[in-house]
Write a protein that binds this ligand. Structure first.
Ligand SMILES: [Cu+2]
Length: 185
């Protein structure tokens, strides 16, 4: 499956860029004050199909790993080249899709994506507007299925209220290979 290999290679390059970004961010934190360090995660990349040749996507969250303090604002911004919506949905790390079958099968009945669609979907009041869908119960992003809904051309901010020491894993329920983590320092 050369398309898949291409996508993986592209993802690897994206990770390298993400690591560089984290390094730069760390320098900034070092010289900045100890005030709140609000963070932004951007959707990046594109997707394409070449019939009878390949299908690829390098849609991704950038950076893939974010560190902030409890109470800081997280901003999610749609910066990729597609007109597709995304979700940033908090899930258990052990439930994240990790194989081709799991990624492309996510959405079938009983899968994690299906659970997001059926739980979060009905709570989206206007699909054209970004929205924080609070499922877990805390005031901000702090638990399983808490979701930022991100239509094209939008951005949204919400506080991360999980306690210090927590690592929140997340993914996009529409493009299940888009995954990342938020470390609450
Ligand atoms: Cu997505």
């Amino acid at each position: 499956m050369p398309g898949v290999i291409h996508a993986l290679a592209t993802s690897r390059a994206a990770r390298t860029v993400a690591v560089s970004s984290v390094a730069i961010a760390s320098v900034f934190v070092f010289v900045a004050s100890s005030a709140a360090q609000d963070q932004t995660i951007r959707t990046m990349g594109t997707e394409d199909v070449h019939i009878n040749s390949r299908i690829f996507s390098n849609l991704r969250f950038s950076p893939g790993r974010t560190t902030l303090s409890s109470g800081d604002q997280l901003t999610l911004s749609h910066m990729d080249e597609t007109d597709e919506p995304h979700t940033l949905t908090i899930v258990n790390a052990t439930d994240l899709p990790s194989t081709i079958e799991e990624v492309f099968g996510c959405g079938a009945p009983g899968t994690l994506c299906d659970e997001v669609f059926t739980t979060v979907g009905p709570q989206i009041t206007d699909p054209t507007k970004a929205q924080f869908v609070n499922v877990a119960g805390g005031s901000g992003l702090d638990g399983r299925l808490d979701t930022l809904w991100l239509p094209p051309g939008t951005s949204i901010s919400a506080p991360v209220t999980a306690p210090s020491g927590t690592t929140l894993s997340y993914f996009c329920a529409i493009h299940a290979w888009m995954q990342g983590s938020i470390t609450v320092g």
